[in-house]
Ligand binder design. Structure first.
Ligand code: ATP
Ligand code: MG
Length: 390
């Protein structure tokens, strides 16, 4: 209200647009609030400062100024028209026409505007599509995709998040028709859309549809396994865990270890994300059939951080979501805090062993014995054993 009022008081029009309006109408949570206005970026800066609001010239060339009000950031963007498109980026001109601004947006549900008094302005039939949970391009789907091929991924992503039933037929046909344009997209943009898609409520069936058309293979450049993704989603739910994009991506696309590097390069994943990729392959022995002592030894060796992912991975590949016996395996770190070897190098030296590589070797032998004895020998027992060694 503060930002909208500052702009309208200065004689400009200003409305909330896009995701915030869509989500408010759907009853979904709202992340950030974008505002569209007839004011030019310079005018936005002037109005903000006159109203005592701080502003940051985020993307002046695209018409965006970030205005801060009550600790929250609002992206205020001047109404625009696409002058030229090249399949990904558009050259834009500022405009004063709401209908032009609406028609350059991708989907009807993303082009609703809301004034400060709560009036929703629908210039493209978005309200009917919100009601029908329909994700539909504004205008001709083929033409809209040729302007920006990222919209192929956005079609599936928004459908998985807000749509119902199968993906819009005209959109799907246009996506197939425009598939060669996928080659122009950067790994980072593909990854950003894929992360959101994989975490969307309908990710399973929508990814299956993407896969059946062959589009997913072109996008990821590895062999997709939509049924494994569906198992992963069911396993996460059975385990009471929230969705994990890298686990889901691993389920979908990492049928062989070798593909981890390919996928990581393709999607330009960060080192941190790449480390979370985990091939989900059949035949692990980390299953509920593993005897208790072996479970403990395995957990000790790989550590708590890797344990959960390793169990989930094996559960997805070798089990079924309905089988509750995996839960105990998964929760082992809760019931069994991982112990530390009760002797250290300093203890061995204090017991008379000269410092040097033999200390590490002796520690390794004691650790192997301690593990074989299921972590039972205490410090004294281990030091006593040291004395017995040759
Ligand atoms: P999210 O909750 O995922 O952020 P959003 O609707 O805010 O959803 P953004 O990608 O942040 O999505 O984009 C904001 C708005 O800008 C969209 O609602 C849409 O109107 C417009 N938009 C964004 N990207 C495109 C695009 N590639 N082509 C056309 N319009 C777009
Ligand atoms: Mg957004």
């Amino acid at each position: 209200q503060t930002v909208l009022r500052a702009l309208t008081a200065a004689g400009f029009e200003a409305r909330v647009v896009g995701g915030a309006v869509r989500n408010a109408l759907l009853g979904h949570p709202i992340s950030d609030i974008d505002i569209a206005t007839t004011a030019t970026p310079d005018e936005v800066v002037t109005v903000a400062s006159a109203a005592g609001l701080r502003s940051i010239p985020t993307g002046l060339a695209h018409g965006t100024v970030t205005v801060l009000a009550e600790g929250q950031a609002f992206e205020v963007t001047t109404l625009r028209a696409d002058v030229e498109t090249d399949g990904r980026h558009a050259r834009v001109a500022f405009s004063r026409d709401w209908s032009t601004d609406a028609s350059r947006r991708d989907f009807t549900i993303n082009a609703l505007y809301c004034s400060a008094d709560g009036t929703v302005h629908d210039l493209v039939g978005g309200l009917a599509d919100i009601a029908a949970r329909r994700v539909r391009f504004i205008g001709d789907a083929g033409a809209r995709i040729r302007e920006d091929y990222l919209r192929i991924l956005r079609l599936f992503r928004f459908h998985a998040a807000y749509g119902t039933g199968p993906v819009d037929r005209a959109g799907l046909a246009a996506a197939i028709d425009g598939r060669d344009g996928l080659e122009r997209l950067s790994g980072e943009r593909i990854a950003a859309e894929m992360r959101k898609l994989l975490l969307a409520p309908d990710a399973g069936p929508v990814v299956r549809e993407m896969s059946e058309t062959g589009l997913l293979t072109l996008i990821l450049r590895v062999v997709p396994r939509p049924s494994v993704l569906e198992t992963a989603i069911a396993v996460e739910a059975a385990a009471g865990l929230s969705g994990d994009a890298m686990l889901r991506l691993s389920a979908l696309a990492l049928g062989v270890e070798e593909d981890a590097e390919l996928l990581s390069n393709r999607l330009k994943l960060s080192t941190e994300e790449s480390a979370q990729l985990m091939p989900i392959v059949y035949g692990s022995d980390l299953t509920p059939a593993l005897p208790a002592a072996d479970r403990r030894r395995r957990l000790y060796r790989i550590g708590v951080a890797r344990w959960q992912r390793a169990v989930l991975s094996s559960w997805i590949a070798n089990g079924s979501a309905a089988d509750r016996s995996w839960i105990d395996l998964l929760r082992l770190p809760d019931s069994w805090p991982v112990p530390r070897l009760p002797v250290r190098g300093a203890d061995l030296i204090a017991a008379g062993m000269p410092a040097g590589p033999q200390v590490g070797a002796a520690l390794a032998r004691l650790e192997a014995y301690w593990l074989a004895e299921d972590f039972k020998p205490d410090r004294d027992a281990l030091l006593a054993r040291l004395g017995d060694e040759p």
